[in-house]
Design a protein around this ligand. Sequence first.
Ligand SMILES: NC(=O)c1ccc[n+]([C@@H]2O[C@H](COP(=O)([O-])OP(=O)(O)OC[C@H]3O[C@@H](n4cnc5c(N)ncnc54)[C@H](OP(=O)(O)O)[C@@H]3O)[C@@H](O)[C@H]2O)c1
Length: 277
Amino acid sequence: MTIIAGKTILLTGASRGIGRFIAHELAQKQATVICISRSQEGLDRICSSINALGGKGMGIPFDISNVEQLPILVEKIENIGSVDILINNAGIEIYKVFQDYSIKDIQSVLSINLLAAMELTRLLLPNMLNQGSGHIVNIASLAAKKGHPYDSIYSASKAGLLMWSNAVRQELASTGVHISTVCPGYISNYGMLADTGVPAPKLAGISQAEDVAKAVIRAMELNQAEIIVNGNIMMQTLTRLLLATEQFFPRLGDAVNRWLGVTRLNQMRIKSCNQRE
Ligand SMILES: NC(=O)c1ccc[n+]([C@@H]2O[C@H](COP(=O)([O-])OP(=O)(O)OC[C@H]3O[C@@H](n4cnc5c(N)ncnc54)[C@H](OP(=O)(O)O)[C@@H]3O)[C@@H](O)[C@H]2O)c1
């Protein structure tokens, strides 16, 4: 069990979307939250609300796609104080048919969603291990469990995040440092899906940003290895059963993605992205 009150927490992607709700939950538990994102304005806003809710907010603008510069960021943070908890939440998506991705698209999705999480963990872990306590929470996705067409780089990055966390969790057994992964399905009220204006497929299971934030807290307080956030308890059980069945019949999963509307949704997202460009 990880106690959150009074802890120093590094949260990436804190400025908007789901990150904002995670920051609010942490603030209500009187944590110090070091918020990372690119937008100074977004950081100022989230730090004010963290302070108003009883926590302590500190914002550092940083583009985490510059993975080679992350040691400089961590040095700066460790000069302020040691980090007890790391929440790798920042993430991006780019919708395209695979052959249309540029190498720059591939590099940015993998850097932000996967490499930055690995590098921040690599840099912060030694201190946590010295202290004999700490927690790392990685925000993956249901796309880590079953590939989403037209979002293949994102799926690869989230599957990588999930499986890397799974391996490191075994290395960390009995060290006092824990690692959890949270896999949200579609989030309808805030975040990257809501921002596209394309509605989530109704049959796939829909959650709110608050549900993900609560799952992050649960992951730490109950030291849970992996949490799926996808609608109500019945929908989450069905999701787990379906994912287990797809291990035996991968093409069944492809058909389910078509039937649920995941394939069509991502085709629509390519169009909505093209219109905005
Ligand atoms: N929303 C969903 O339906 C959903 C479903 C499953 C999983 N997830 C996962 O949940 C996490 C949060 O998603 P969200 O929906 O809240 O996304 P979002 O609303 O697009 O917010 C992304 C956050 O990451 C930050 N960010 C993006 N690029 C960055 C960079 N290069 N350097 C530093 N910060 C950067 C953004 O701030 P700046 O733009 O200011 O940098 C923002 O704070 C992601 O890992 C996502 O994959 C979301």
